[in-house]
Design a binder for this molecule. Structure first.
Ligand code: ATP
Length: 524
C-alpha cells in the first residue's frame, strides 16, 4: 500500500467511527437532527431521552465542581436577550466575525482561517510521521528535541508552518482579507470537496443572529441572540458582588444557551448554531491574573481526568492570535474522532469587559477593597466550555465495539457511571409468575435515588445488549428464586460479571457507583 493510500485508509477509519457514533447517538435516543421530518436544519440538533439525561448529568458535575465545591463561586441564570449596547461594548458588533471564502466551482463556503489551519495540520502530521520513523530507526538513542531542530526535512516543514502562521496572524490582526486570500492561493490550498483552487475574495461575516424588538415598527430596534453567556455575567457583576457580599477573588458561574451563525460542514454537535456554554468568570485583583490563570488551567484539566477521560486525549493549545480582550489564552483540546479540537477555552480577559460596560453605561463597575481602602476594576479569568462538545467527547470516548467469546459482538457505551443516562435497568426473567410485579416493586424503591428503567420485552441477552448500547452500568434480573431468597442477579456493564445479591443491598451497591460524589471522593 502506498503512503497516500495508507493515510486515506486511516482517515476513512476515523470518519467511519465518527459516522458510527452519529448513527448510534440517533438510534439510541441521544441526539436527533432538529426538525428531522422537514429534512433537518444544518448544525442544529435535539437531544433525545438519553442525551438529555447525559447532558443534565454533565451539567450537574460541572455545577457541583464550580458552585458547590467553592464557597466563593455563585451561580447566575441571565436572559438570552440583552440590551443591544451590550454587544457594542463587548466588541461583538464590530469584531465578532469569521473570514469566509467561497469556492466558485463547488459553491462551498469555508472559513478561510480553518482552510489554512487544516493545511498547517497536514504539514504537522508529516513532521510527526518523520519523527515517528526516526524514533523507530534510532531506538533508545533517539533524541526527539535534537531531531526536530536539526533534521533538514523537518526543519523545512516547520519553516513552512511558521511562515504561514505568521502571515495569518498578521492578516487577522490587520483585518487584511486580501492577505488572507493570498495565503490560500500561495499555499495552493484546494477546496476539500472538489479539489478546485478557484476562490472568491475573503469577506468578514458577523456571527451574531439578529432580530427586531418592539411592539410598533417605529420603536423597533435590532437585538441579538447572545453569542456567549459571559456578558450576562459582566453586566451582573455588581448585582452579585453586592447582594452576595462577595470578596475578591470570587467567581460567577452560568450554564446557558448561546447562538452563532456558524458556517459548518458535517461536524455533528461539535459546531452548532445553537449550543450551550458552561462558563465561569473569576474576578481577581489586577496583577494577580496570571496566578489564577495557571490555577484554573490546572483545575479544569483535572475536571476531565477525574471523570476518567485519559490524559493523553487532552492537551493545552496556546492561542497564536489573542482576542481583543485577552492577555493570555489557551484551549483545552480533546482528541475527538476527527482529531484534537477545542473543548474549552481558558482566557485571561483583563478588565476589558467591565471597563467597556462602564464606558458605555456610565455606571461605575468597580470593587471597593476594604483592606487596601481602594477601588479598582477587577481583572477576569474565565473558563468557558461547550456542553455539546463535552457530550460529544463523552460519547466518542465511550463508544466501544467489542468482540465477545463465541464469535458474537456488542457495542457498549462505557460512559462514566455518574454520567450514564440510566443507572440501572430492572428485568423480570419472564413476563409471568409475579416476576414483573416484584421487579417493578424493587425499582419503585430505588427510582428516587437514581434514574431507573423497567424492561420485560425480548430475551435477557437482548435486553443486556440494549442497555450496553445506552451505557447503563447495571442490569438487575428478578427470577423465580427471587420469590424464595429475596436476592437478584446484578450484572455490571463493562466486565459483564454477574453476581447474586440480596435485594436489600442493591441501593448501596448501585448508589455508590453512580453517585456524582464518587468523582470528588477520588481526589487525592
Ligand atoms: P472555535 O474556535 O471552535 O470556533 P471559539 O474559540 O470561538 O471556538 P469560545 O468563544 O472560546 O469558542 O467559546 C467557548 C467554548 O464554547 C468553546 O471552547 C466551545 O466548547 C464552545 N463553542 C463555541 N462555539 C461553539 C459552537 N458553534 N458549537 C458548539 N460549541 C461551541
Amino acid at each position: 500500500m502506498s503512503c497516500l493510500s495508507m493515510i486515506k485508509h486511516k482517515m476513512a477509519g476515523t470518519e467511519d467511527v465518527f459516522k458510527k457514533i452519529i448513527s448510534h447517538a440517533k438510534e439510541y435516543g441521544f441526539v436527533f437532527p432538529s426538525s428531522e421530518i422537514y429534512d433537518g436544519l444544518s448544525a442544529v440538533y435535539d437531544y433525545g431521552q438519553n442525551g438529555t439525561e447525559l447532558k443534565n448529568n454533565i451539567k450537574d458535575y460541572w455545577w457541583t465542581s464550580m458552585v458547590r465545591m467553592n464557597e466563593n463561586i455563585v451561580g447566575l441564570d441571565a436572559a438570552i436577550l440583552m440590551h443591544p449596547t451590550t454587544w457594542k461594548a463587548s466588541g461583538h458588533v464590530d469584531a465578532f466575525s469569521d473570514p469566509l471564502i467561497d469556492n466558485k466551482d463547488s459553491k462551498k463556503r469555508y472559513r478561510a482561517d480553518n482552510l489554512i489551519e487544516d493545511y498547517v495540520d497536514k504539514i504537522r502530521a508529516k513532521i510527526d510521521k518523520e519523527v515517528a520513523k526516526a524514533a523507530k530507526r534510532f531506538g533508545d538513542d533517539f533524541n526527539e528535541g535534537t531531531y526536530r531542530t536539526t533534521n533538514e526535512r523537518v526543519m523545512g516543514y516547520q519553516e513552512k508552518i511558521d511562515t504561514v502562521n505568521g502571515k495569518m496572524v498578521e492578516a487577522i490582526s490587520k483585518n487584511d482579507m486580501e492577505g488572507m486570500r493570498q495565503i490560500i492561493v500561495d499555499a495552493g490550498i484546494a477546496c476539500p470537496e472538489s479539489g478546485s483552487k478557484n476562490w472568491t475574495d475573503v469577506r468578514q461575516f458577523n456571527l451574531m443572529f439578529s432580530t427586531e424588538i418592539g411592539s410598533v415598527s417605529t420603536e423597533s430596534s435590532t437585538i441579538y441572540l447572545r453569542p456567549e453567556t459571559a456578558q450576562g455575567i459582566f453586566v451582573n457583576f455588581l448585582n452579585i458582588q453586592k447582594t452576595g457580599r462577595m470578596k475578591i477573588p470570587f467567581g460567577i458561574a452560568q450554564i446557558g444557551k448561546a447562538f452563532r451563525n456558524e458556517i459548518v460542514a458535517r461536524q455533528f454537535i461539535f459546531r452548532l448554531k445553537e449550543f450551550e456554554q458552561m462558563e465561569m468568570q473569576y474576578f481577581v485583583k489586577p496583577g494577580e491574573q496570571m496566578k489564577w490563570y495557571d490555577e484554573w488551567k490546572e483545575r479544569r484539566l483535572a475536571w476531565y481526568t477525574d471523570l476518567g477521560l485519559p490524559a493523553e486525549k487532552l492537551r493545552f493549545h496556546a492561542h497564536e492570535n489573542l482576542a481583543h480582550y485577552a492577555d493570555a489564552a489557551e484551549d483545552i483540546e480533546f482528541e475527538f474522532p476527527m482529531g484534537f479540537r477545542e473543548l474549552e477555552g481558558i482566557h485571561s480577559r483583563t478588565d476589558f469587559d467591565l471597563k467597556a460596560h462602564e464606558d458605555n453605561s456610565g455606571k461605575k463597575l468597580q470593587y471597593f477593597d476594604n483592606e487596601a481602602n481602594e477601588s479598582y476594576t477587577p481583572y477576569v479569568v474565565e473558563t468557558s466550555m461547550g456542553l455539546d462538545r463535552m457530550v460529544l467527547a463523552v460519547l466518542s470516548h465511550a463508544f466501544t465495539e467489542e468482540e465477545l467469546e463465541g464469535g458474537s459482538s456488542r457495542v457498549v457505551m462505557k460512559i462514566p457511571a455518574p454520567l450514564a443516562p440510566i443507572k440501572a435497568a430492572f428485568f423480570p426473567l419472564v413476563k409471568k409468575d409475579g416476576l414483573p410485579e416484584v421487579a417493578k416493586e424493587i425499582m419503585g424503591e430505588l427510582k428516587l435515588d437514581f434514574n431507573c428503567l423497567y424492561e420485560e420485552k425480548d430475551t435477557i441477552g437482548k435486553r443486556y445488549r440494549r442497555q450496553d448500547a445506552i451505557g447503563t452500568p447495571f442490569c438487575v434480573t428478578v427470577d423465580h428464586d427471587t420469590l424464595e431468597d429475596n436476592a437478584v442477579t446484578i450484572r455490571e456493564r463493562d466486565s459483564m460479571d454477574q453476581k447474586r445479591v440480596p435485594i436489600a443491598d442493591l441501593g448501596a451497591i448501585i448508589g455508590e457507583a453512580v453517585d456524582i460524589k464518587s468523582l470528588f471522593n477520588n481526589k487525592s
